[in-house]
Each structure stands twice: as C-alpha cells, then as structure tokens.
Design a binder for this molecule. Sequence first.
Ligand code: ADP
Ligand code: MG
Length: 704
Amino acid sequence: MTSTPELALNTNIAAIPAVGDKRAEAFRRLGIRCVADLIRHFPSRYEHIRPLQTIAEIGASVMDQVDVDAQVSVAGTVTATQFIPGRHSRFLATLQDDTGTLLLTWFNSPWMREKLHPEQEVFVQGKIKLHDDHLQIINPRWENCPETIPETKYQERYRPIYPATEELPSSAIESTVIRVLDDALTLLEDHLHEEYRKERALLELSDAYRLIHQPTSELDTEQARYRLAFDELLLLQIGVMLKRRHRRSTLTAPALTHNQAIDDHITARFPFTLTADQRTVIDEIVGDLVTTQPMNRLLQGDVGSGKTVVALYAMLLAVAARQQAALMAPTELLAEQHYASICNQLAGSRVNIQLLTGSLSTAQRNSILDELARGDIDILIGTHALLTETVNFKSLAVAVIDEQHRFGVHQRAALRSKSQDRTTSPHVLVMTATPIPRTLSLTIFGDLDISTIRELPPGRQKIETRHYQHADADEAYQRVEKRIADGEQAYFVVPVIDESGSGLKDVYTHMEKLQQGALKNHRLEVMHGRLSRDERDQIMQRFRDGEIDALIATTVIEVGIDVPNATMMIIEHADRFGLAQLHQLRGRVGRGSKHSICLLIADPATNDGAARVEALLATQDGFEIAEKDLEIRGPGELFGARQSGIAPFMVAQFPRDIQLLQMARRDAAEWIRENPTLKGERDALLKSRLLKTHGHALGLGDVA
Ligand code: ADP
Ligand code: MG
C-alpha cells in the first residue's frame, strides 16, 4: 500500500492516487466528495470468508449448517471437466483434495473451456451448497495455485460490501478505502472524551471507523456499529434539545385565559360529549396555552378520532381572548372541507371565519388580508400559503397545522416569523392522522410535545377487511355489486393511471373491465391526479351527490375525502402500497353508520408485501400499524424523516437500537443541563460536528 502524503479529511476524492477523474465523478454521484465522505460511506453488510479448509471440513460444516452464508476457500486439483451447451450453458469441473471432491459450476461461461483443464491446481472461493448429496460451488472466484501460499492470502476475512453503483462497484470502493484509511484515521479526533467512552463501553472513534471498514470478527462489526449508531443518535438528540431549550428561553407567546365559563361556552358548541381522550388532550393543550411559553405540540390520532374538534377548542380559546387563530391544511380541498365544517359548527356565533386559498381573486384576497391585519378575522383557514410573507395577522395566538407530513421544521420556523418581532411566536398545534411510532417520534420530533387520542368516538364500526387472490377477484366484485344495487357506493384503488406494460391493473383498463363485467349496470367514473382540479372537484361533487356509484381511482383519494355513503374500499394489488397508505385508504370508508368493508386484492410477490396485507387484516389500530410499518420498512422512509429535512440514519436502525436511543436521550439531556450552549474547549469538536450535521435542518444557527 502506498501511503498518501499530506492527506487531510477534506482532501478531494480526485486527489487520491489511483482515483482518476472518471472514478472521482462516480464517487461524487454516490455523494462522496472528500476523504471524510469516503470513510463515512459504511459497508451495508459483510461477506464472511472462511479460512482455507479441506473439502471434508467444508462438508462437515454444511451438514452442521455452520454459517451457511459464509464463503469457503479451498485448494485442490481439477480431476475432470465438462461443458454442457445450450441456452443456459454450464461448465462443470470436479475439484479434489486429499479428503474428498466437490463440484464447481460456471453458468454461461463457455470460455472456461480454455481456462481450466484436468490436473490443474487451483484455489477457489465461493458459497457452498449441497446439491443432490454433492458439495457444489456456483460461479466461484478462482485462480491457479501459486508455488507457495502467501501467509495472508486465505485468512479468514469479513469483506465489506459497500453501497455501490454499476460504474463504481463495492470492490473499487473497498480498494480506495484501504488506500486512505490508515492515514485518515490518524487525523480523526474523537468528540467524546475518554472517561465518557469508558463508562459506556464505547470504542474510540478511529477504532470504530477502522473496524466498521475492516473487521476481523462479527464482534468487531457489532462494536463499531454500536459506537457509530450512538454518535448519530446523540448528536441528533443534543441538537433537538438545544433547539427546544432555545425556543423556551427566548420566545414568548400570548398567554390565554381559561376558566370554567369559557370551557362551558366552547363545549356548548359541540353536539356531542367529548371522549375521555379528547378531554385529556384538551387539558394538555390548555396547560400550554395559558403560559407565555409557545406551545409546540403534536396531536396524533387516527382518522376520525376527533382531532379537529380538539383543535377547534384551542382556536376558540384564542378567539375568547380576542386573539387570532389559523388553521392550515396540506391541500385546498382539505382547507375547504375544514372551512365548511367549522362554519357549520360555529353557525350563529359572532366568530369571523375566512378561507384564504389560491383560487380567490386579487381583490378578494386583499380584502381578507386587510381584515386580518386589522384583527377583524378571528379564524383564518387556508393551505400553507398562509405562511407567505404577505399574510400578516394582527395577533396570531394559535396556529394549527393539519397533516404534519407535508410540513417540516422549516415551515414551523416560518410561522414564528409571522409575528412582528422575532421574539414572539404563536402556540403551534400540529395534527397528524399518521401516527408516528413512539420510537421515531422521540428522535425526529424530539422538540415537540406529543398528545395522543387513541379512542374513537362512540358508535364507530369496525371495517370488515378481507383478502382475495386476483383469481378470486370476481367474488369480491359480486359482493360490491350487491351493495351498489342497494344504494351504497365504492372506491376502487389501483396502482397506476394507465397501462404501462407493468402488468398492473390501471385506472382506465380496470374501469372498462368493471363496466363491461361485474358492474355493468352501474355508474362508474375515474379519479386521478392527471385530471384538472376542476374536473376532480366536479367528479367528487357528483360522487357525494350519489350520481356516481363507484370511483376507479389512484391514491389521490387517500386524504381527506369524506363520503359517509361510500362503504366499500377495494384495493387492487394491495401488496404494492405502503402500510400507512393502506391504512389511510381504508379510513376513507366506515365514516357513516353503515357497515363498511375493505377488500384487498393481492397475490403478494414479496415477503414485505405479504406482511403488509397481513398487518392490515390483523388490526385497525393506526398505532399498531405504524409500529408494524417501522418493523417492515425501517425508519428511513417513514413519515416525517424525509420531510423534516433531517438526514436519515446511516447506522442506527429501529426498532433494534431503541435502547441506544434511550441512552442517547438521557445523555443529551444531561449534556445540555451541564453546558447549555456547548461552550468551551471540551465540547468544541462536538459542537462543530453537530452544526455540520444538523445545523441547517434544525436551524441551530442562532442557538449554539
Ligand atoms: P379527525 O380530525 O381526527 O379526523 P374529526 O375531528 O374530524 O376527526 O371528527 C370526526 C367526526 O367525528 C366528525 O364528524 C366529528 O363531528 C365527530 N366527533 C368528534 N368527536 C366526537 C365525539 N366525542 N363524539 C361523537 N362524535 C364526535
Ligand atoms: Mg380530520
């Protein structure tokens, strides 16, 4: 190995000897620009290569099922070869040593005829299989035996397998890592001091980096992972807590008044008794609103659990204090629905409610903005366009954000600047119907307090959920047909809009098929994202009015559509959809008093797909489903992770690392208690790594 003189962690990848311009470009496409990026590009797994063994030893280990995924290394003499031509041609060779024989098979490699002959002595390496009582290695790596075997050549190894691309295979990444790792590690300072590490049995940072790239045992990989995962979790926790502390100590919100008379007045508006859960979360929210510390609270509960009613309570508390409230929805359709239902609930009161959407004329918009600035509007409803600079409230006390998953940390920061000076903030309540698994909410939304509604209002029906194979779909359609004939309505959801050679049912073909088959006497219509907004609104209106019996749709109907007479949800290729999405889709039915059904049509092609269908059949509890989703998918793609702008974890995994997360949380809290602004020599490195990693996403610029 040639050592690289004057290497620095920020040395450009192109400056590493043997990395040419083309390769450097390939590295950049993987997000690797400098040496530090390279050593942070961790292997996704390891290939265990066993030390040189005899064929008999290998045979015994196969029988005992020892480390079945490991690769074996073996040396011997070729005793026979054979070529079997054909479309899937095979080249076979028998390998023999003093203890036995095994079969080597190469597929589609006719050139092997020229390379390998009887009496040749070779080393081979590959995964061992037992095939018809024969030991066999398929497509082994091989080479001729040298005269003397170099000591290190066939040692046991854990070969790192890196996330790679076609132009930049794992082996090329590995050789580049080998080239720089020793030098790079001497430059790597640890941001955790020795005593702290010792107490928690954490490896030193440079050791962790060495072992994650070049482990010599399974234990090495575990220990390296443990340290690096802990670092990720600790940094994020410290960042999130710093942010929270900053908010608490510098921002103030209007303190609202609350008493029995006000409570009576507000609840008199609701035509039902609040559930115990609603009451509890209202108490939590009120506890925040009566202080000058800005509330930053997440309200989670399944579709229809009564979150909006709770939010309305909070908004009315602002109105009672002669302050303003805002409600923001992710789409105009949802904003309009909120507007209609809140106007309805507050009919006859003096509360001034307005809807601000993109479809208003300039004159209408200006008039609303004027009224708002004068303080004449009590509750303003709209999309996140309310966050634009031209929208100015006189005194915004409560801001409600519906469906957090379209809003990230940045939008919440924008809300803060709605106030005249940067030191006041409205109380913020975020509602979500996609429950966040507890574990994840702790990490990513660690700066939010969380209130949860688990219980549904009384009288809600269970949605009967059934699974049909595609071959039995007609049975499902017959069921649907009967109920349509009785006046009920249905949604069919398919994965794609038009046939694209995917072999999946698409909106148009499926509608044709139903129209000519099972549902020929009924009125069908399509619904998807390529229709204009006007077209979609019209179709929805006709569906609501009962002029359409069934919609054949894509997942556009996932959010916010509320038609109580629609009692049937048929999801085609259900295994293709995410679990949270399936749950949301199912939530479109069961909204009235009628018995509702959800029929999943699927022949799951993958284990994950089958697990999702299974989970949906097993429970209707959104929280259980969210936990299951986390288990199946891992947190990377889950709700919030991407939108929050916080990089998903590279090393930490959930639910596997929950305990580590708890440890990181405890430590982070203590850290901030001891050194609230991370000042001083000891925390300087930690602070700079923190700002680099999360400074932007968390807006830590003015904090640390
Ligand atoms: P979410 O916002 O969680 O989807 P909503 O607040 O829109 O739920 O409530 C769903 C439906 O349930 C609404 O029609 C609402 O009027 C009704 N509802 C809410 N709370 C109760 C309750 N405590 N008792 C009966 N019905 C309720
Ligand atoms: Mg709602």
